[in-house]
Design a protein around this ligand. Structure first.
Ligand code: ADP
Length: 415
């Protein structure tokens, strides 16, 4: 089957076309056929489209909305000029998989989208207004363009964390706020945590129930998850993606009383503070330079920039503390898994996060650690370390495509 995977955000649409089926999933031989991104800048969009193994096409187009962008993507994918392998017409696409950010308490796994599912996703809009609205626009565009018969699948960022127990997901706020407004920890990046947990189980050749690991997704957004007996039992992002680790531009954990204090001192509105803690904080806020970890590492090394170094230090310190907390929550883990742009590519960040954890049995082999900086997969811990440390590149799009195959083949076993 050829699956179109759509990740529709408020300012961009990313897509991939992936050839996969139940046999390919089993053999791990799925194949990406094309990928690209449409970035909206006012009425104009910057479009980058690539068929696998071919040079990328760059262009601009006056695209009004998500529907126009999905149409452009489809027209390019099926065109002769794009040379996308195995795709010649619309009928060569067999299902569309959508990333949906918030599934609330309703969605505990990926689902085939029906009218009822769509209204349930709409009900989650208030939990993630920008994200879910954009995701729904993508679903509606796909339903219009491909017609009623095309299976559309929703894969939720929150679903993997629906196994959290009340003690992990409830905040110590008045309980009626949970009852009335569903204020609780949901967690995000679930597709990524689930994918790397699955790869870990394959690499270790163990059953799902034997997976006891801490996964660290360190990209622009960052989150940690405690996975016990294959299920997520705790995670660092909360009701929204703001909570937890230090991120590119998000503050992560901080005292909520600071919000009122800033409002009074700086004369900022609630909306301005929301933007400050989500878009101007984290690595960018501390360094005053950039949200990009690679640039910060270079600044610290080449120019000895003090605040760049401080941003890296705070980032790593917070991540170490979460590992410690999750080791306690899980009564010990068998492995730590690093993923995301930073986790997959930065030996220095991994070293700084793990260097204070040796008495817990977490010891990185310095030479092995250095060899993982280009998206490859494997172990970086010392041979005799009690806890293994892995680097496993994430692949959320692949998991979305695979869930689409499973749901259209009535095989729920891997969901
Ligand atoms: P997103 O969360 O948007 O998908 P990524 O997972 O691609 O983002 O992660 C982006 C982050 O990864 C950026 O901070 C970037 O600097 C960092 N990164 C990528 N390559 C490296 C590298 N070689 N060393 C350090 N950081 C890196």
């Amino acid at each position: 089957m050829n699956i179109l995977v759509l990740n529709c955000g408020s300012s961009s649409i990313k897509f991939q076309v992936i050839a996969t089926d139940l046999e390919r999933i089993e053999k791990n031989t799925d194949e990406r056929l094309a990928h690209g991104i449409v970035e909206f800048h006012g009425g104009q969009a910057i479009v980058t489209l690539s068929a696998e193994g071919k040079a990328a096409h760059h262009s601009t187009a006056p695209l009004r909305d998500t529907r126009a962008a999905v149409k452009l993507i489809l027209n390019w994918v099926i065109s002769k000029e794009s040379e996308v392998k195995a795709i010649k017409s619309k009928s060569d696409i067999h299902a569309v998989g959508h990333r949906v950010v918030h599934g609330g308490e309703k969605f505990k796994a990926s689902v085939l989208i029906t009218g009822e599912v769509l209204s349930d996703i709409e009900e989650c809009i208030e939990l993630a207004p920008l994200h879910n609205s954009a995701n729904i626009q993508g679903i509606n565009a796909s339903r219009e363009i491909f017609g009623e018969e095309m299976p559309n699948i929703a894969v939720f960022d929150t679903a993997f964390h629906q196994t959290l127990s009340e003690k992990a997901f409830l905040y110590a706020l008045p309980y009626q706020l949970y009852r009335r407004h569903k204020i609780r920890r949901y967690g995000f990046h679930g597709t990524s945590h689930r994918y790397v947990a699955y790869r870990f189980r394959q690499l270790e050749k163990i059953e799902r129930e034997k997976v006891n690991i801490i996964t660290l997704h360190l990209g622009n957004g960052c989150s940690a998850a405690a996975i016990k007996n294959g299920d997520s039992i705790d995670t660092s992002m909360g009701m929204t993606p703001l909570e937890g680790l230090v991120m590119g531009t998000r503050a992560g954990d901080f005292d909520p009383a600071i919000i009122d204090f800033i409002a009074a001192k700086e004369g900022l509105s609630a909306l301005e503070i929301e933007s400050l803690v989500n878009k101007q904080s984290g690595l960018l806020g501390i360094s005053g330079l950039t949200n990009d970890m690679r640039e910060l590492l270079a600044e610290a090394k080449e120019n000895g920039d003090r605040r760049a170094r401080l941003a890296i230090e705070i980032f790593c310190y917070r991540a170490s503390k979460y590992i410690g907390a999750y080791l306690a929550a899980m009564n010990g883990a068998d492995a730590i898994v690093f993923t995301g742009g930073i986790g997959e590519n930065s030996p220095e960040v991994r070293r700084l996060i793990c260097e204070k954890l040796s008495w817990m049995g977490i010891e990185i082999d310095p030479l092995l650690n250095e060899t993982f900086s280009n998206g490859s997969e494997g172990i970086i811990s010392k041979d005799k370390a009690r806890v293994k440390v892995y680097v496993i590149p994430t692949n959320e799009e692949l998991l979305i495509a695979r869930d689409a195959v499973r749901l259209t083949s009535n095989d729920a076993s891997g969901l």
